[in-house]
Design a binder for this molecule. Structure first.
Ligand SMILES: *Cc1c(COP(=O)(O)O)cnc(C)c1O
Length: 407
């Protein structure tokens, strides 16, 4: 399986939307329950924006996920009232904490922002002078311990606060690395299999040395249990994205964990200004929308949803395999975007179309479709971001284009 990072890199190398705006196709907006909604002003159409069937996944560049109707109802209805931002956070935080077995929680501007604010809280506590001073760490701790294999791009959220990353590999390394400057120990959930120290041991090491631990599990639901698993395990702070599989607002996420740390983190977040987090504002509509999205996500029938993903993948695979020389393979990443992926490959001698050419054909078609790809003769797709019945469109279009390219 190709990494998300590589996929994104390839995606960014693609020609930009501007060149293909002429197709002018825009699908009628539908909610998950498939009721049609006709807007008074269709801005998507007005601006000539290309919309597409998302068979790629929850990529920020593709606006990641679509919010369910209940979430949008919350956003619309709450938009007609003023409320004190801190009160909204207090009430929602209490509910989220309860749902996820945490002492406390707060809605942040995404998982990234949860990491910045969570660490800021650890560094400053409730000291107003320190809060105003970040990212100047004078008089504060300044190091965060990270396993070497976890030290990827996401640590930038941590270094935003001014800290330095200290790499370790073994438990003995952790014992050696901890000193009076150590602020936190950070764990990147999806990299766990590549690290020598697993979750429980990381938490135990933190407790042994009195150092708070944080876990980044941004894209790591499903399974739904992950929402409380790491709180139950004893991580002091847990950070998760709201706008990936949970289908909350794209610019929302959750920071949850120890009450004192959440309180301190909020001192660096709006409505308070003159802080490192002033730019990480979440409006009340999105805070409430995040809560409703989480609540809906927890309550949904996950087994039924999984079965529907498998059915959709099977439908697309079956259609593609009708074309001679085409082979398919289903896989499920164990952590992060844990959902069935379908790999479709073909014999370039018999179907001389490269995967970038096929991606372009699908993109230029009506409706436009986005899929990922790897190598010269393979496309990769997921179905968890498809709207009702779109798997039929995807299956038909892939079959059509592969057939058309046959010699
Ligand atoms: C998506 C992601 C983030 C950033 O989350 P946002 O909600 O987009 O801020 C951080 N870490 C990991 C591992 C991610 O996948």
């Amino acid at each position: 399986m190709i990494s998300r990072r590589k996929l994104l890199k390839r995606l960014s190398a693609l020609p930009l939307v501007g060149g293909i705006m002429g197709t002018g196709f825009s699908m009628a907006p539908t909610w998950e329950d498939d009721t049609e909604f006709v807007p008074k002003r269709d801005v998507i159409k007005e601006l000539g924006l290309r919309t597409f069937v998302n068979a790629a996944g929850t990529y920020t560049a593709m606006t990641a996920s679509l919010m369910p109707k209940e979430v949008m109802d919350t956003i619309v209805s709450s938009s007609q009232h003023f409320a004190m931002l801190d009160e909204v956070q207090d009430k929602v935080g209490e509910k989220i904490a309860k749902l996820c077995h945490a002492e406390a929680a707060t809605v942040t501007a995404g998982c990234w922002s949860a990491m910045v604010l969570g660490l800021a809280g650890i560094l400053t506590g409730t000291d107003k002078k320190k809060i105003a001073q970040l990212p100047n760490l004078e008089g504060m701790k300044s190091e965060v311990i990270v396993q070497k294999s976890h030290n990827v791009g996401y640590v930038h959220a941590l270094t935003n606060t001014g800290v330095r990353i200290v790499e370790v590999e073994t438990a003995a390394d952790v014992d050696r690395a901890i000193n009076s400057k150590t602020a936190m120990m950070w764990f990147l959930n999806y990299q766990a299999p590549d690290g020598k120290i697993q979750h429980e041991e990381w938490v135990a090491l933190g407790k042994k040395h009195g150092i708070p631990t944080m876990i980044d599990m941004a894209a790591d639901v499903p399974p739904v249990e992950n929402l409380w698993k790491y709180n139950d395990m004893g991580f002091d702070l847990v950070c998760v994205s709201g706008g990936k599989a949970m289908k909350g607002p794209q610019s929302a996420g959750i920071l949850m964990g120890r009450k004192d740390l959440i309180e301190a983190a909020r001192l660096s977040a709006p409505p308070r200004g003159g802080t490192i987090g002033r730019g990480m504002k979440v409006n009340k509509e999105e805070i409430l929308g995040m809560y409703v999205a989480l609540d809906l996500y927890i309550k949904k029938d996950h087994e039924k949803e999984w079965k529907s993903w498998e059915d959709k993948v099977a439908h697309i695979a079956e259609a593609a395999e009708k074309v001679e020389s085409v082979t398919t393979e289903v896989s499920v990443p164990p952590i992060a975007n844990h959902t069935p992926y379908l790999k479709i490959s073909w014999d370039l001698q018999r179907i001389p179309i490269t995967r970038t050419e096929l991606q372009e054909k699908l993109r230029m078609g009506d409706p436009s479709i986005e899929v990922m790809g790897s190598g010269d003769n393979t496309i990769n797709l997921t179905v968890f971001m498809l709207r009702p019945k779109e798997e039929r469109i995807v299956a038909k279009r892939i079959q059509e284009e592969l057939n058309a390219a046959k010699v």
